[in-house]
Design a binder for this molecule. Structure first.
Ligand SMILES: Nc1ncnc2c1ncn2[C@@H]1O[C@H](COP(=O)(O)OP(=O)(O)OP(=O)(O)O)[C@@H](O)[C@H]1O
Length: 264
């Protein structure tokens, strides 16, 4: 469903994504795991037509997103770190706007909205303004909205950033359920090892722009002869994933993102 070969992105003399190759099969949940600044967002932006690769190739459901932008965009849904809901509108209205933008026929749009708001446990609050929602509810609504046009692939960039553990759990339970019921392929990025371990069928570990390994969580632990992904990461990169968040600049960046997300 996703095929990436020798993907590279440079910004001036800096290489953010360095010769990355991987495949994601249809119906799979694939987690791109790595510390802040590893190149996860840059990769997801290239996959979703928002950034042009410096070199390498991408195929989404057999299409090159560079040459078939519109057809590729119809095939995926995307939830970015920056929130894009309209806080003054209700949950239902936010869904309806998306249906119009994606040319979902009116009747199907209404049906999907009801189905998804129920699935994401937001139906009872459908007529409330989104600015009154908690962080977890907003994130669930963004993801529900990403599913509205029945995409074949859903991209989630750090979907649980800034959420409390209970909201994180709830969100993953629902994403797994939708993955199973709708057979949607999910590509997500996270720097939470436990989430990748629990949710993903397969994982790619990225560090300083390079894919250091990929496989099922069990395979990666076996390869590295470790019990946890945390230890596997340490063995593969010589760093703990938390080192970067101890860096004041990275911590500030993280804080700014979380603040932005919770503002709306
Ligand atoms: N437009 C840009 N110009 C220059 N450098 C950039 C640009 N976009 C990203 N970078 C750099 O590329 C590297 C990878 O960034 P990226 O956002 O992909 O990391 P990430 O793994 O997604 O981390 P985070 O979750 O913190 O966003 C970082 O060092 C970042 O500063």
């Amino acid at each position: 469903m996703i095929r990436v070969q020798n993907l590279k992105k440079t910004f001036g003399s800096f290489t953010a994504v360095d010769d990355v190759s991987f495949d994601v099969a249809a119906g799979e949940i694939f987690a791109f795991l790595g510390p802040n600044g590893a190149g996860k967002t840059t990769t997801i932006k290239m996959l979703t037509t928002l950034l042009k690769p410096t070199s390498g190739s991408i195929q989404l459901d057999g299409l090159d997103p560079q040459t078939h932008q519109n057809q590729a965009r119809q095939r995926f849904g995307i939830v970015f770190q920056d929130p894009s809901l309209d806080g003054d509108l209700t949950a239902y209205e936010n869904m309806q706007i998306h249906a119009v933008l994606y040319h979902v026929p009116h009747k199907i749009g209404k049906q999907r909205t009801e189905e998804l708001l129920k699935l994401f446990e937001l139906w009872d609050r459908r007529n409330d303004q989104v600015k009154k929602f908690s962080g977890g509810m907003k994130r669930r609504l963004e993801i529900a909205r990403g599913f509205l046009h029945t995409p074949r692939i859903l991209f989630l960039d750090e979907p649980t950033l800034g959420l409390d553990p209970q909201s994180r759990n709830q969100l993953w339970t629902i994403v797994k359920k939708v993955n199973e019921t709708e057979r949607v392929t999910v590509f997500l990025t996270t720097h939470y090892m436990d989430e990748a371990d629990r949710v993903a069928h397969r994982i790619g570990i990225i560090d300083h722009g390079k894919l250091v390994t990929q496989g099922t969580p069990a395979e990666i632990k076996q390869q590295t002869d470790t019990q946890t992904l945390e230890d596997a990461f340490l063995k593969l990169t010589g760093n703990t994933i938390r080192d970067e968040s101890a860096d004041p600049a990275a911590a500030m960046r993280q804080f700014a993102k979380m603040w932005q997300q919770n503002r709306r």
